[in-house]
Design a binder for this molecule. Structure first.
Ligand SMILES: Nc1ncnc2c1ncn2[C@@H]1O[C@H](COP(=O)(O)OP(=O)(O)O)[C@@H](O)[C@H]1O
Ligand code: SF4
Ligand SMILES: [Mg+2]
Length: 347
């Protein structure tokens, strides 16, 4: 069934380019880091989009730009149909309450000199959400929601474990009563046993408050537990997006296939049929991305065409898009293309 209402979040052709200072005379030799370069995503209300890719692909910059915490070079970001990219700081202030972020490292993102009460009260105070006399009770309520005792109020972040600190970060985000939360690798720094508790908590809170999530991770196993839709990012662009089921059962882009090769599939029949793609090398620099298809330097089926012609993001099934010349069809050798011989061609 297709929804008739606009998605809660619609990002179109987002670009975030950072200028690096030049090393030559008068700033000559300036370089541009294309951290995000033409990214489009949509998230329906109450749903989770998982954004996945290796470190350095531009995931955090995407999340930060959506919240207007990173400078936007081009494109639009619509929350509830309203374009945020053109709003002034004053116009943005009331909208900031609706969009919150939870960071990977709660220790770095929580002020070490503030008590838990001060940390969680801050958004309530900034956005003037509750009458003064109700604020302490509200903080206690938020701590209960995230599974922390009321006695946590007077304590400092360093007195808690990593998982508990992440609960404090989640309570702070919830304090603003948001519609949308960017979860930027919220469990990547935690032990596996703690990870599942935090993921469970995030899912429960989503149902309870009708929250919409952008869930960022480098690990497709974690993304699979959380997401309705998944978008795979490589060098500033989406290379494949699909429902969770379609992406895990029939990944079309070689990069997605490589990321998934490291993740066991729960159904043994599907697991046996899956193609293994081993990913070698590192993400190339976004200052000087490879020509043609950005992935060609690491792609096991790269053909001559891939080095000169950038593939566009094409629809290959219901809600399923991929940007590979050979996605959704037979392998390149059967399409008359000459497959590459080297797995590690130079950029
Ligand atoms: N403020 C900045 N100035 C220059 N380059 C940046 C800045 N922020 C991020 N980058 C670069 O942009 C690219 C994407 O970074 P990031 O969004 O943090 O990726 P990810 O979250 O996927 O690891 C990286 O090459 C990073 O070095
Ligand atoms: S377009 Fe070519 S290089 Fe890019 S992912 Fe497809 S096969 Fe690989
Ligand atoms: Mg990141």
């Amino acid at each position: 069934m297709t929804s008739t209402t606009a998605p809660l979040l619609a990002v179109d052709d987002l670009r975030v380019h950072f200028q690096l200072p030049g090393t030559g005379w008068f700033g000559s030799g300036k370089q541009t880091v294309k951290a995000v370069d033409g990214l489009s995503i949509q998230i329906e209300r109450g749903q989770t989009l998982g954004l996945v890719g290796e470190s350095g692909c531009g995931k955090s910059t995407t999340g930060r730009a959506i919240l207007r915490l990173a400078p936007i070079t081009g494109g639009t970001v619509r929350l509830n149909s309203r374009d945020l990219t053109t709003l002034s700081a004053a116009e943005l202030r009331p909208i900031r309450r609706q969009m919150q972020i939870v960071f990977q490292d709660p220790f770095a993102s929580l002020n070490p000199r503030h008590t838990v009460e001060q940390i969680v009260t801050e958004p309530i105070w900034v956005h003037n959400l509750r009458p003064e006399r109700e604020r302490v009770a509200r903080v206690r309520e938020l701590l209960t929601l995230v599974g922390l005792p009321g006695s946590a109020m007077g304590r400092f972040p360093h007195e808690f474990s990593g998982g508990q600190r992440q609960r404090i970060g989640i309570a702070r985000a919830l304090a603003a009563e948001p519609d949308f939360i960017v979860l930027d690798e919220p469990v990547s720094a935690l032990d596996v046993s703690i990870q599942s508790q935090i993921l469970r908590l995030l899912l429960d809170l989503q149902v309870q408050f009708g929250l919409t999530y952008l869930f960022i991770a480098h690990d497709l196993a974690v993304v699979g537990q959380m997401s309705d839709q998944v978008a795979v990012m490589y060098l500033g662009r989406i290379v494949e997006t699909a429902t969770r089921e379609a992406l895990y059962q029939a990944p079309q882009h070689p990069y997605t296939q490589a990321l998934l090769s490291a993740v066991p599939y729960p159904d043994p029949e599907i697991e046996a049929k899956r193609r293994r793609v081993i990913l070698t090398g590192e993400v190339p620099s976004p200052v000087n991305p490879p020509s043609g298809c950005h992935f060609h330097t690491r792609c096991p089926i790269a053909a001559d065409r891939c080095r000169v012609e950038a593939p566009s993001l094409r629809t290959i099934g219901p809600g399923h898009q991929a940007s590979c010349h050979f996605a959704g069809g037979p392998p390149p050798e059967l399409q008359g293309a000459k497959p590459g011989t080297s797995l590690r061609a130079s950029p």
